[in-house]
Ligand binder design. Sequence first.
Ligand code: NIG
Ligand code: FE
Length: 405
Amino acid sequence: MLITNIGELTTNVGPSTGSGTQTHEDGTLHDAAVLIEDGLISWVGPSASSGAQGGSGAQSTPAADEIVDAGGRAVIPGFVDSHSHIVFGGDRAAEFEARMAGQKYAAGGIRSTVAATRRASDGELRARVRGFLDEMLAQGTTTVEIKSGYGLDVETEQRLVRLAAEVTDEVTYLGAHVVPAEYANRSDAYVDLVIGEMLDACALHAKWIDVFCETGAFSVAQSRRVLQAGIGRGLKPRVHASQLGPGEGVQLAIELGAASVDHGTYLTDDDVAALAASDTVLTLLPGVEFSTRQPYPDARRLIDAGVTVAIACDTNPGSSFTSSMPFCIALAVRDMGMTPGEAIWAATAGGAAALQRSDIGVIAPGARADLVLLDAPTRVHLAYRPGVPLVQRVWKDGASVWRKG
Ligand code: NIG
Ligand code: FE
């Protein structure tokens, strides 16, 4: 299949033509075409009016069985949403409403979702996950990471990683999300469970290990135990840190070689310098600041310091119940100081970096054919027209999986 007549193609490979001080390559091509074969991108080059017949010369558009005319619109890589918690029961609309009337967000709210999740059947949870994935696809997300963390007992945590593994390769075991009520004042005993019997039950279904390193959740010492136990079982670390206040979670993540440290709402100068000198991605979650009325972290400061920044939705019933990467991009541009080009890089190639994947987040020969056709002439419209459904068509592994109208 050939997608031709692409007005603006963001490949994330090659020199940047973006605005601002973007440090990453976005490899923008104009009047471009993309050839897809067997679920992979096989060729990227200039569009030619000759289409299926091909043209002459080395640069000419190759022939294809099927031609899709993009009509001069923009095409970007599918969004890589590297942080979600979409396996849960119930919701917390009342908590959100109370927060918008002045109440503060606290980690303890997680426990009410634990009760609803434990009560839900596999069938109910599975239907819920499918619903969120459909929402995400319609908004251009072609890869999603999914965490456990609303079970917090051996049986339910295993159910959650198993259900997540049915729909994604990027499964994260987050038994250390918060200390459940039955372990109140016995948090070390709960950590023993998380790194013992619960890890045994979950490790097979997961690729990643995560911990909420924060006041009200787990201390640095406890977080270190959790991450090291996971690493010992072949899981790769990622960390929730500095969401509610400054702490040592970012430094711990870097020390243990985490792929990503997520939130980073309250970063110190030392955190920023250490991130810049490391391979750890800082994943910003603008939906959280939006939904908890917390201050937005300064992405400009991070990017200018040389930190690799990703953006994810953090879809969850407590701190961020959006599944929209375009909405998060608009927030990151408006309130975190990113240029549209930087935010779109962070939501595609940045998410891929946060998952240590080189086969997604780019439009280049050999990469998976995960692409989004926007109903807009440029990607800038994603931030310029917030809240407007601009995703026209989505391909995943070369298959057309969603189209508008
Ligand atoms: O990423 N920070 C911890 N976990 C989630 C929030 C979970 C909840 O409030 O239910 C987050 O924001
Ligand atoms: Fe989270």
